[in-house]
Ligand binder design. Structure first.
Ligand SMILES: Nc1ncnc2c1ncn2[C@@H]1O[C@H](COP(=O)(O)OP(=O)(O)O)[C@@H](O)[C@H]1O
Ligand SMILES: [Mg+2]
Length: 257
């Protein structure tokens, strides 16, 4: 895993200016906003979230992944769902919603909030993996199910100022996902099987949430081993609104007038 330099996406693409501008507009000192980034597995959510946080810097933004709410392998085994790890019912959605509530409610002077992280090397969540200081105005949270309509997901979404949906053509997404599974220790066969089996069922569910996004962030879809970076561009969802939804709640009050 070679790390990306600050503020650039995989392959060396800078984060598009419009995205940096929108994130900066949410990162107002003295307040707290939560920005969500969603999309199917392998689309580049984590990469974009990390790059945005890098651009804004640690005083302005911090990343909190939904992936920290993966159920542990022990619980998945008890549920008989280990083979579907990553499916919507293999996450603690209520736990995530409670955390997003705490993150959205935090104001300067409050104690820090500790969020779990998912460690891909061991494929397990780890508690208190990231410290979110109350004076950092923007929390960037990313994951598969931010726009899902079931369970506690809508509760979490309601505390997010905006949710962006990252998309790339499916063939490229699958190639990236397979490569990532391999890089983290799966055999080529297993990597292929996961990307096209369990992960694909999740991708189909996630794709149906696309139109609920406030912004689409679309890559041209150059493969990971390709000759150059994959530039991203942003647009409004086809079925969509003309601007961010107003959902009420403190995190939303500061949005578009
Ligand atoms: N814009 C991009 N250009 C080229 N490669 C990218 C881009 N965004 C992500 N990738 C690569 O694609 C793979 C999946 O990205 P990741 O951010 O982990 O996806 P997600 O979090 O949506 O599952 C990673 O190997 C990453 O380096
Ligand atoms: Mg990710």
């Amino acid at each position: 895993m070679s790390g990306s330099p600050d503020g650039v996406l995989g392959g060396g693409t800078p984060v598009p200016d419009e995205l940096v501008r929108r994130a900066r507009a949410l990162a107002v000192p003295g307040r707290r906003a939560v920005l969500g980034i969603t999309g199917p597995p392998g689309a580049g959510k984590s990469t974009l979230a990390r790059a945005l946080v890098d651009v804004l810097g640690p005083e302005r933004a911090v990343e909190v992944g939904m992936d920290g709410f993966h159920l542990s392998d022990a619980v998945l085994a008890a549920h008989g769902s280990r083979e579907r790890k990553g499916a919507i019912d293999t996450f603690d959605d209520a736990g995530y919603a409670a955390l997003v509530d705490r993150l959205a409610d935090a104001r300067p002077g409050d104690p820090p909030v500790y969020a779990p992280v998912f460690r891909r090397e061991i494929e397990e969540p780890v508690a208190a993996g990231v410290e979110v200081r109350a004076d950092v105005p923007l929390v960037v949270t990313e994951g598969n199910y931010l726009l899902a309509a079931s369970g506690a997901w809508p509760r979490a979404r309601a505390r997010m100022a905006e949710v962006w949906y990252v998309d790339v053509p499916d063939d490229v997404r699958l190639a990236r996902l397979t490569e990532r599974h391999r890089a983290f220790g799966k055999s080529p066969d297993d990597a292929h099987r996961w990307a096209r089996g369990s992960d694909q069922a999740n991708a189909d569910l996630i794709a149906r949430t696309r139109d609920a996004a406030d912004l689409l962030v679309v890559g041209e879809g150059r493969p990971p081993s390709g000759p150059g970076p994959d530039p991203l561009r942003s647009s409004r969802p086809a079925g969509g609104r003309t601007g961010p939804r107003r959902l009420g709640g403190p995190a939303d009050a500061q949005r578009s007038r």
